[in-house]
Design a protein around this ligand. Sequence first.
Ligand code: UDP
Length: 254
Amino acid sequence: MARRKLIYEGKAKILYEGPEPGTFVQYFKDDATAFNAEKKAVIEGKGVLNNRLSEFFMKGLTNIGIPTHFIKRLNMREQLIRQVEIIPLEVIVRNVAAGSMAKRLGMDEGTPLPRPIVEFSYKDDSLGDPLVPEEYIIAFGWASQQDLDDIVSIALRVNDFMSGVMHGVGIKLIDFKIEIGRVWDNDFQRLVVADEISPDSCRLWDIETGQKLDKDVFRKDLGSLADAYTEVARRLGVLPSNVTHAPTKPTLIN
Ligand code: UDP
């Protein structure tokens, strides 16, 4: 088989040139990183689970009219996506105080917020993805005011969708991060949800027990990350419901 051209290798994924112009193949690795890659591990099966989970969420968004970069899943670890121009922002939506917000404001983790809050970080690992106000984003030309209005509206729709889906399986969506890409149709620009949506980029707490089912399990050494992600996938029907315990190598539905 001809070797594919590597476009970019990130912490958890690799992008290869796709089969058609304007497409990429997104490969999900088993690598887990936290604290700006200071903590690293290989979690067997994580890439397979995140490929499936991201497919599930992206398809769901498409079904309710929110455009994404997702075209189709190719195999256990790869999906075909549209090539987009990534806006260099991490778009974070929060429903409950946790993580950096709780720390910055001295709030107890788990404090409900009066309404969903959208915030932006500038995507730059060497700077630790600093929080930036809209003023910076517009002044530095990373996005226009119109883009930002559209991004906030997309982010809040994604929040409603994800919160509802998760609530249906007994999970509270605490917060999440998405990335937004630009797609050009001739001179006309559209914004689409890009990158991935998975427990790597969300905080997910069991509604009954408060158990963490997301990357905090790895960040805070709370147990098996693969078991937590398998539980999310199982509840969402992405894994067969007769899996009563988390297998080391997940069995996946075709
Ligand atoms: N997040 C992410 N990538 C990042 C930073 C944050 O996916 O580089 C997600 C994180 O998993 C959480 C949300 O964005 O669901 C808010 O993260 P926070 O700002 O609290 O930062 P953290 O505590 O994760 O450093």
